[in-house]
Write a protein that binds this ligand. Structure first.
Ligand code: ASP
Ligand code: MG
Length: 403
């Protein structure tokens, strides 16, 4: 098999751990696989470098930041390659540029535009283990760029896609994706497999494991991802195409998003175009709207409620205010003490009664549902923040996710 193995910051956190990673890579190679390794900087290193720059400037040039931050990954790539060579392997360290990663020019948050995998192919053919510095590429002019924080996941997935690897293993300090946050529900179970779309919906569970952008890229490039722990031999969670999952469960997991705020617009003039006007202005301000409900109009007025991330509430308020001032909205109110609980599963596409069970679970626990939104694979309920954990545990139990 051709395997890409990506090791995150904690996995290469000190020299001993880098040796550990070398042992693991060596094992994979000795089993007869071709291996391309992608590494992050040692944990804390990127932050340390950011701190160095801030000593000199509050607003350092972004091109300089890329030059600086890309060095962290080069350190681990070269050290790992040296360790592998010392173990008798033919290894070669590559920068993003050497690995053929071409990006646009938006420094510190560049997007990968193309990968020229020839250098990697050549080294693989020669039997080498390739160790690529993650998180970086070059623009057209050959100037180094970085892909945004957490971006070495993206490097790994993009490389895996470009060389059509059989597998892209993402090693971190957690052993996979769980049915819910084990800190809330200790009975949470590790999932064997999950589809890309479910993973994207369960972002709140996977956030520390895997960047959402990399899941999107994996889906686009059809890369089979496995997240697993670098500190044990436990099997991880496979993230793959829905078709590849045998016997998808009805529900895969329960996600919790505490980071939502509710905006209520009262006495909105009930005329064509008003919703479009409000939501277009919010979109222009890059406010992400999630759940929306509009009530039946009454006396030419209607109410519209929606949720936004707490961090975007301020921007949303400013826009809503302009409509209040012009008289198109009579009044508005805000509530930050809410959360969104979601039941996620591809299996619900072909089953009835999944939503009904979610609602009756809330009823049984005496939790009032403020808002509801559904998609093919998700039922989201907005409830008061104080019920967050009760709701998660209740749903986890109702769908028997501990079984
Ligand atoms: N070292 C970079 C960061 O901390 C990239 C990564 O680790 O994925 O964001
Ligand atoms: Mg990471």
């Amino acid at each position: 098999m051709l395997i890409v193995q990506k090791f995150g910051g904690t996995s290469v956190g000190d020299l001993e751990r880098i040796q550990n990673v070398a042992n693991r890579v060596s094992e994979t190679k000795k089993k007869g696989n071709d291996v391309v390794v992608v590494v992050s900087a040692m944990s804390g290193e990127t932050n340390k470098l950011v701190g160095y720059a801030e000593y000199f400037s509050k607003n350092p040039a972004r091109a300089e930041m890329d030059m600086l931050l890309s060095s962290g990954e080069r350190v681990t790539a070269s050290l790992l390659s040296i360790a592998l060579q010392e173990m008798g392997h033919d290894a070669v360290a590559m920068t993003g540029r050497n690995a053929g990663i071409l990006t646009d020019s938006s420094h510190t948050k560049a997007r990968i535009e193309d990968i020229n995998p020839n250098a990697i192919y050549k080294a693989v053919k020669e039997g080498k283990i390739i160790v690529v510095a993650g998180f970086q590429g070059v623009n057209e002019a050959g100037i180094v760029t970085t892909l945004g924080r957490g971006g070495s996941d993206l490097s790994a997935v993009a490389i895996a896609g470009a060389i059509q690897a059989d597998l892209c293993e993402i090693f971190t300090d957690v052993s996979g994706i769980y049915t819910t946050d084990p800190r809330i529900e200790p009975k949470a179970k590790k999932l064997n497999a999950i589809s890309y779309d479910e993973m994207l919906e369960l972002a709140s569970l996977g956030a520390k494991v895997l960047q959402n952008r990399s899941v999107e890229m994996a889906k686009k490039l059809n890369v089979n991802l496995v997240t697993r722990s670098s500190f044990s031999n436990e099997e991880g969670t496979l993230i793959t195409k829905e078709e590849n999952i045998m016997e998808a469960p009805l529900v895969s997991g329960i996600a919790l998003d505490r980071n939502q705020a509710r905006i209520s617009l009262m006495g909105v003039k009930d005329k064509p175009g008003i919703a479009s006007d409000i939501f277009n202005k919010l979109a222009d301000a890059e406010v992400n709207i999630d759940v929306i409900i509009q009530n039946k109009a009454h006396d030419g007025m209607t109410n519209i409620d929606f949720t936004v991330p707490v961090s975007e509430l301020h921007d949303a308020k400013k826009i809503v205010d302009t409509f209040v001032q012009s008289g198109d909205i009579a009044d508005d109110s805000y509530n930050e003490d809410i959360c969104k609980v979601s039941v996620v599963g591809v299996g619900m596409k072909s089953h009835v009664g999944v939503a009904a069970k979610a609602f009756s679970t809330m009823a049984k626990n005496n939790i009032n549902i403020n808002m509801i939104a559904t998609s093919e694979i998700k039922i989201s309920m907005v409830v008061d923040e104080k019920y967050a954990e009760l709701a998660v545990r209740g749903l986890h139990d109702a769908y028997e996710l501990d079984k």
